[in-house]
Design a protein around this ligand. Structure first.
Ligand code: UTP
Length: 291
């Protein structure tokens, strides 16, 4: 199964981290010195994705600008002999023509955002990556999923899953676990935010998916679900009646950068992973911990 396209839903309101997201898209928040959206585009590129589909909305224009060439900046860097900086900017950009932008005019839910990409994706399997979830690992989470997908049948769907403490399962979409094979298992049912004590496992659905295009037909008529939104999980439950779903218990640390604490933790984790910052950061944290 060849996965060429990845969809990045970036049209949400980011209410959990207001006021940071009042005038700036959540996806442009920086972890160390790179916006969230850059990390996930890099993860997709590393996984062999060739086309990047952004589902944007109101106030999200700066995301398109981020992936554009900035002539004035380029010229200034060149005049000042800042070659390394110029190279970083050039490296971060996908190839010309490898990006598409479409609009979700109102944030009606993740399922609705994915459905907005239907015409650009067409009739082929595709990846979905939520930019506010970062996974710190090499190879990245999507690369691990694509490698797993290679051993599965053509009409397979995959979801990155992560174990969560049993007393927190009611906050997540949870998968039932069928036949297991190493880090992968057949998904035996999915339930969105199960009542306490009723979860079929403690494997939660995270923000990386490989989906078959038939999901779009289901999303087309999907009813509004939890929170009044069109939920991707509900559509996946529908599709699981006719196609197989697999959970990939990926290698790596997941960070929910759309929450305040998760965002701070991600900055520490990604900062500590940087050779140029580790010593300073460790020293600063030591001082704070001693206070
Ligand atoms: P979240 O569930 O984090 O929602 O979306 P949100 O609206 O961004 O943030 P909160 O919960 O209000 O703080 C996960 C991803 O899906 C996108 C978001 O932009 C984010 O990248 N999304 C969500 C959409 O594109 N459209 C939507 O209608 C909802």
């Amino acid at each position: 199964m060849k996965i060429r396209k990845a969809v990045f839903p970036v049209a949400g309101l980011g209410t959990r981290v207001l006021p940071a997201t009042k005038a700036m898209p959540k996806e442009m928040l920086t972890i160390v010195d790179r916006p969230l959206i850059q990390y996930v585009v890099d993860e997709a590129r590393e996984a062999g994705i060739e086309h990047f589909v952004f589902v944007t909305g109101r106030n999200k224009g700066v995301i398109e600008d981020h992936f554009d060439r900035m002539y004035e900046l380029d010229a200034t860097l060149a005049a000042r002999g800042k070659k390394a900086e110029q190279e970083i900017l050039a490296r971060d950009q996908p190839a010309p023509g490898a990006m598409s932008f479409t609009r979700q005019q109102a944030p009606l839910g993740l399922g609705h955002a994915v459905w907005c990409a239907r015409d650009i994706v067409g009739r082929e399997p595709f990846a979905v990556i939520l930019p506010d979830e970062l996974v710190l690992n090499t190879p990245g989470c999507l690369a691990q999923m694509i490698e797993t997908a290679a051993s599965l049948g053509d009409k397979s769907n995959l979801i990155a899953v992560e174990e969560v403490p049993a007393h927190l399962t009611h906050q997540y979409g949870i998968c039932g676990v069928g036949k297991r094979d190493g880090r992968m298992f057949e998904i035996d049912g999915m339930v969105e935010k199960p009542k306490q004590g009723t979860a079929p496992s403690n494997f939660s659905i995270t923000g990386r998916y490989i989906l078959q295009p038939e999901i779009f037909q289901i999303l087309e008529t999907q009813e509004h679900g939890a929170g009044g939104e069109i939920q991707l999980t509900d559509a996946m439950i529908g599709l699981s009646k006719t196609q197989k779903f697999y959970g990939v218990d990926f290698d790596g640390e997941r960070h929910d950068c759309g929450s305040r604490a998760g965002f701070l933790r991600a900055n520490i984790a990604f900062g500590m992973a940087r050779n140029d910052l580790r010593a300073d950061l460790r020293e600063a944290m030591r001082k704070y911990l001693e206070k």
